[in-house]
Design a protein around this ligand. Sequence first.
Ligand code: SAH
Ligand code: SF4
Ligand code: F3S
Length: 495
Amino acid sequence: MNYCAYLYPKREKEGYIRFMIERDRAVDAREIEKQKEYMRKMRDQNDAHFAESGTRRRAFVLTLGCQQNEADSERLMGMAVEMGYEPTDTPEETSLIMVNTCAIREHAEKRALSLVGQYKHVKAKNPELIIVICGCMVVQEHRLRDIKMRYPYVDILFGPSLIYKLPEHLWNRRCGSRRVFDPDDCEYRVAEGLPVRRESSYRAWVSVMYGCNNFCSYCIVPYVRGRERSRRREEVVAEFRSLVEAGYKDITLLGQNVNSYGKDSGFDYDFADLLAELDQIEGDYQIHFMTSHPKDATRKLIDVMADSKHVARHFHLPLQSGSDAILRAMNRKYDFQKYIGTLDYIRERMPDVTLTSDIIVGFPGETEEDFECTLAALRRARFDMIFSFQYSAREGTPAAKMDCQVPKEVVAERFERLLALQNEISYESNKKLEGKTLRVLCDGPSKNNPDTFSGRTEGGKIVLFEGESEDVGKFVDILIERADTFALSGKIIRK
Ligand code: SAH
Ligand code: SF4
Ligand code: F3S
């Protein structure tokens, strides 16, 4: 398979060459200033509306997809608030709806399109409403065309690398410009200095890098998020420090492959160095990170984690498949032996670590033997938890063109077997925690049962217990009394 055409599609070439020559990935400060000027103009207009009508214009953001999108949505809402909108959690009676889409699987795209379909009625009731669709889905040419034609009431559309342009696009559309279609500039910049409105007052995201260069053959991310670019170390450290100072307890460093942090910057400073530097910041908090690609999860990184004070003993290391033939076809660049060597080293250095992984079932050409290798891998790796996915063909990726797609019924049947095995393993791993006292970050009343409180362990396991409102956002010690497959339960040990 010749990957070149996929790696550097024509429309990207010029921007990519410039990107390789320049080292500073930041969006020009004058550009950010310009956006701030648009924010001020929008704010004046929205304040005038408030003065006249007594009600604030409202903004709603709906987020699909991964944590990176959640972090982006917090910036979108940060800009909206700066522009004088009031955040709301329903799409009704709003002046601005933003749908932050995901393209990772067909299901995510269908969901986004069906939601956008429903907003037609909201817009019919309220013609001043502006509908924005952004995120990974809209970068794809076929989706862009589709939205242009089939959803004429969508006002503004932009890709994930251009979220900083929201104020300019909104202003122009408000002033009567035509619909805006700005999927991607292919320059892959990092926009600093945007306002952010965080959803939580104790859990926060900090992006350390954007994009992906790995081109796993099934995955759409490199096409929609562009090339890897790291944020400047000083920016990351400053944002992180301010979160610790503001009392945040759980901070997750984000990147499609955090191990690539710094590789594009030309400095001798990698992700493990960043983690070690952040760990020095004093405070009562824990650090998570996602995602780490097994091909370059180094011993140095594992050692930094094991020797750290604040890095949570949780490693998410996506395996994808236990078959070496499938891993090769996926372009993952490791085999199971290398993978398990890394996992064993993590356990050797941190025996109480929680290990989680991602598995794809039904990649093109996956035979029954390949699938059994995945089952055997699960038995050997004994993950605490996995996120499992049925393969979904993504237009434009090499795997989608492979002529050996696995029939849907076969995928569904394998998927069930995978879940059944993992449930047994998760149950056994949870059972070992009975009688132990674990530090849990309390999230408050559980969604399913408001009489019980819910929180998460360092490894991300859900724990149910009887709590009090002042426990929310704090670490509590819980004696685990009962373990189930998907959750633990116990009681608070008050000091
Ligand atoms: N950068 C991360 C993954 C982000 S996507 C990493 O490399 O680990 C999250 C997960 O979605 C992937 O790990 C993979 O298991 C799954 N995934 C990605 N593309 C998929 C596809 N086309 N079909 C099914 N699952 C997919
Ligand atoms: Fe997708 Fe692979 Fe990049 Fe993860 S590392 S985002 S799976 S291409
Ligand atoms: Fe989806 Fe884009 Fe994340 S495709 S998984 S929202 S990077």
